[in-house]
Design a protein around this ligand. Structure first.
Ligand SMILES: Nc1ncnc2c1ncn2[C@@H]1O[C@H](COP(=O)(O)OP(=O)(O)O)[C@@H](O)[C@H]1O
Ligand SMILES: [Mg+2]
Length: 247
């Protein structure tokens, strides 16, 4: 689904990514984790086509990425809901822009609001919602365009612990019902291990280690010891970088 070859990226003199090579199979999930400033968001923005690369190549479905693709769904940390529109209109937006008929929009918005358990919120405005509710609306708004690739940047970092787990469960549930390729950036080791089939550990503009996570997909994994073993492995890789930096 995604092939990244020898990708480097700089902001002026600041090198944000150096020689990144990564393959992500169709309908799999991939977590990207690493310390602040290591280049995670830059990598996601390049995949989204928000910024143009000059060195290396990115292919999505064998097509070279040039600008944004309409089949890519993107969720950023700040929810990006329009405050002056209701939940219903925020969710309908992507379909309206695509010129879909009114009847079809009504049905699809209703369906997805039910699916994400937010139908009773449809006349509310973003300011009237909790963080978890806002994130459900953002997810609905993104899924309604039926993306084949979902890019998420720290999508639970503003949420409290239990809401975080609810939203992570929701993403796993959506994926289990209808697989889609998911690439997500996270600060959270637990989130990387819960949702990442592949876990990419970054350090200062580079990929340091890629771990295949055999326990991905098990909703009950948080209550199993294997889950914590992989968390510890990820933690060790992240921490090794720190020791190196401090020396
Ligand atoms: N718009 C920008 N202009 C200049 N430098 C930037 C910009 N965005 C990010 N950077 C720099 O690029 C590096 C990687 O940033 P980023 O991709 O946001 O990291 P992360 O998401 O892992 O925290 C950092 O050193 C950051 O300061
Ligand atoms: Mg970031």
């Amino acid at each position: 689904m995604i092939q990244i070859k020898d990708l480097s990226y700089s902001y002026d003199s600041d090198i944000a990514l150096r020689n990144i090579n990564l393959h992500i199979e169709k309908n799999t999930t991939c977590a990207i984790i690493g310390p602040s400033g290591c280049g995670k968001t830059t990598l996601l923005y390049l995949l989204a086509g928000f910024i143009d690369y000059t060195e290396g190549e990115i292919y999505i479905k064998n097509e070279k990425v040039k600008g944004s693709r309409k089949e890519t769904g993107i969720i950023l940390q700040d929810y990006s809901l329009l405050p002056w529109k209701t939940v219903w209109h925020n969710v309908a937006l992507g379909l309206k822009i695509r010129g879909i008929s009114k009847d079809k929009i009504e049905k699809e918005v209703d369906d997805i609001l039910h699916e994400l358990d937010i139908h009773e919120l449809k006349t509310k405005y973003p300011a009237q919602l909790s963080g978890g509710q806002k994130q459900r609306v953002t997810i609905a708004r993104t899924l309604i365009i039926k993306p084949d690739l979902l890019l998420l940047d720290e999508f639970t970092s503003a949420l409290d612990a239990m809401t975080k787990e609810n939203i992570q469960n929701l993403i796993l549930n959506i994926y289990s019902k209808k697989p889609v390729t998911i690439v997500f950036v996270t600060h959270s080791i637990e989130e990387a291990v819960f949702l990442g089939q592949k876990i990419v550990i970054m350090e200062k503009a580079k990929i340091k280690k890629i771990i295949d996570n055999p326990y991905f997909g098990d909703v009950e994994i948080r209550s199993k010891i294997d889950y914590y073993n992989i968390c510890l492995e990820v933690r060790r890789w992240l921490r090794e970088g720190k020791t190196y930096e401090n020396n």
